[in-house]
Design a protein around this ligand. Sequence first.
Ligand SMILES: [Zn+2]
Length: 102
Amino acid sequence: MVHFTCDQCGKDLTAGGEQRFVVKIEAYAGFDPTEITDDDLDEDHMEAVARLLQNDEALDPDDVDSPICRSFRFDLCPSCHAKYLKDPLGRAPVRQFDFSEN
Ligand SMILES: [Zn+2]
């Protein structure tokens, strides 16, 4: 039996019959394919790519922790899913502190 818990609050999503929401995030370097020109495809560019590949030799290509491309998958309970949709990047302050002047 597959066991699911909310990755945000830890709530058990298996036993209680709670609906489960899946969030997948992929983070990678973006480029516009329409910006590729003939100049990008010439020999010098291929040499640069080859150099980059050589520099990456030490890295495991299957390494999911690569800083270039990372993907995440989260299981969320309904309430955490709703909160996630309101603030996907977590930019809102966790708590509003009431700063009082002494
Ligand atoms: Zn949750």
